[in-house]
Write a protein that binds this ligand. Structure first.
Ligand code: FAD
Ligand code: MLT
Ligand code: ZN
Length: 449
């Protein structure tokens, strides 16, 4: 037992076994998924109820000890691991799963519930949860709310923000804001809980969420289409958007398709040496959407992917990030621009990468939102200059420096260029009002210092 009296208080609050102080026990919580961000925690605490979260927050506030909320630790911008000396508050034990409300098509769940467990819970009631991405087995509802997660189905259902009907959060003073009624209509002042969506653990600790559910469309059909260029891929969007069953439109540049297939030890489902880009389209409905999809992509170079072939396509898509990570630590950017500027963005990115000896550019993402994940291997020495060039280009093209991963510590110094002084001032005022001691995830999102 360390002499640290805060640790003793935390042990009283949550129980001995849920306060980790030994190096080896803390280690798994101190490095991010990319193996890029690392810090030593004062301790890791794992509360199991809202009241325990309140007790932890109050104890930390009294000890002026900063807190890093951590869900599944799959974040990609360094926001979920300590910078040094903070208390990591792990939310995975906040795992309530209330019964699905079939009348309201909603459910209330704990922040520590994984996306996959939520999907299974919804499907067991014949419904579905709308946000999906490769880290579903580890990413949590609290993390998804706090990063406004996107994923492949945004084109149909929107981001996490569109799924949140209400939240419960513990503020830095230990007070609890609860808004879980799920009422579709309420106009009684600003919706406070919206503040926590995308706040990356800096304004409050999400402990529960009231989420909308969507129909479970079990009839599916997918296709992988070879396009001449990104501009050609973008030209597919109007026809694809005319499909009521459209569920995902993912962009895979040739190198992304190949790195994932290589990692999986499979040959690409489509061999096309002339393709400048590949588009993975998924359709889902209550009736078979194959004919609809074939009607739009049938005359293009590509393959339809039904049943196991569709599963294989998703396996490839889900493994692009993992495959890149297996090759090294990339400079990883998550930008979005208006889709009609996407081709220009990628041309300018290629021009920035070209002079970097040994750099390997791998691009993929979510085509309909103009959201691309720009990964460069072998360029860590050039990270700052490359990042600056790409983020500035995204801003110049009317886009954003973070489409779905958040800002974390990775992009905090580009916030002013994106948001402008007035918005930065307003954000700082909100942070100051809700967390005057700057206990919650200092260094993330807000460059207050
Ligand atoms: P963590 O990583 O633990 O935390 C993320 C941030 O949220 C941190 O700032 C943390 O402090 C804060 N936080 C966590 N829980 C809480 C809480 N309860 N209250 C307050 N703050 C909290 N993201 C996408 O949007 N789309 C994708 O397609 C996508 N694909 C991915 C694929 C892979 C293979 C991986 C590894 C990641 C991917 N991500 C994607 C990124 C990541 O999964 C998301 O950002 C996810 O929302 C993080 O959830 P988490 O529970 O792991 O949060
Ligand atoms: C994805 O779309 O696979 C994710 O956002 C992960 C990534 O960008 O690496
Ligand atoms: Zn993504």
């Amino acid at each position: 037992m360390t002499a640290d009296s805060l640790v003793a208080t935390l042990r009283q609050a949550v129980g001995d076994s849920h306060v980790l102080t030994d190096d080896d026990l803390r280690a798994g919580y101190e490095t991010d998924w990319l193996n890029k961000y690392h810090g030593t925690a004062r301790c890791v605490v794992r509360p199991g109820t809202v009241d325990e979260v309140v007790a932890v927050v109050k104890a930390c506030a009294a000890a002026d000890a900063s807190i890093v909320p951590q869900g599944g630790n799959t974040g990609l911008v360094g926001g979920s691991v300590p910078r040094g000396g903070e208390v990591v508050l792990r939310t995975r034990r906040l795992d309530r799963l209330d019964p699905v409300d079939l009348r309201a098509l909603q459910v209330t769940v704990g922040a520590g519930v994984t996306i996959e467990a939520l999907q299974q819970h919804a499907r067991a009631a014949g419904l579905d949860f709308a946000v999906d991405w490769g880290a579903r087995a580890s990413a949590t509802v609290g993390g998804a709310v706090s990063t406004n997660a996107g994923g492949s189905r945004v084109v149909r259902f929107g981001t996490m923000r569109a799924q949140v009907m209400g939240l419960q959060a513990v503020l830095a003073d230990g007070s609890v804001v609860t808004h879980l009624s799920g009422l579709p209509k309420e106009t009684a002042g600003p919706q406070l809980h919206h503040l926590f969506i995308g706040s990356e653990g800096t304004l409050g600790i999400v402990t529960a969420a009231r989420l909308r559910l969507v129909p479970w469309y079990r009839q599916t059909a997918a296709a992988l289409v070879a396009c001449e260029s990104v501009a050609d891929a973008v030209s597919l969007l109007p026809a694809l958007r005319s499909l009521p069953s459209l569920d995902a439109v993912e962009l895979l540049m040739p190198e992304a398709l190949h790195v994932a297939c290589e990692y999986l030890g499979i040959s690409p489902p489509l061999h096309d040496d002339f393709a400048g880009a590949f588009v993975m389209v998924d359709c889902a409905a209550h009736t078979d959407p194959t004919a609809d999809l074939a009607g739009v992509v049938g005359d293009r170079r590509g393959v339809m992917a039904l049943g196991p072939q569709r599963d294989q396509l998703y396996r490839i898509r889900d493994h692009v990030t993992i495959a890149i990570g297996a090759k090294g630590v990339p400079v990883k950017l998550d930008v979005a621009v208006p889709v009609d500027r996407l081709d220009e963005l990628l041309q300018r990115v290629r021009a920035v990468v070209a002079p970097i000896d040994g750099a390997e550019l791998i691009v993929f993402g979510h085509l309909a939102e103009g959201n691309v994940h720009i990964n460069v291997l072998g360029a860590l020495d050039h990270a700052a200059a490359f990042t600056d060039a790409v983020l500035q280009t995204a801003i110049d093209l009317g886009g954003t420096i973070s489409a779905e991963h958040g800002i974390g510590v990775a992009k905090v110094h580009w916030m002013e260029r994106l948001k402008g002084p007035a918005s930065m001032h307003a954000m700082a005022a909100v942070k100051q009002a809700l967390d005057p001691q700057e206990l919650l995830n200092p260094g993330v999102l807000h460059c207050l210092r």
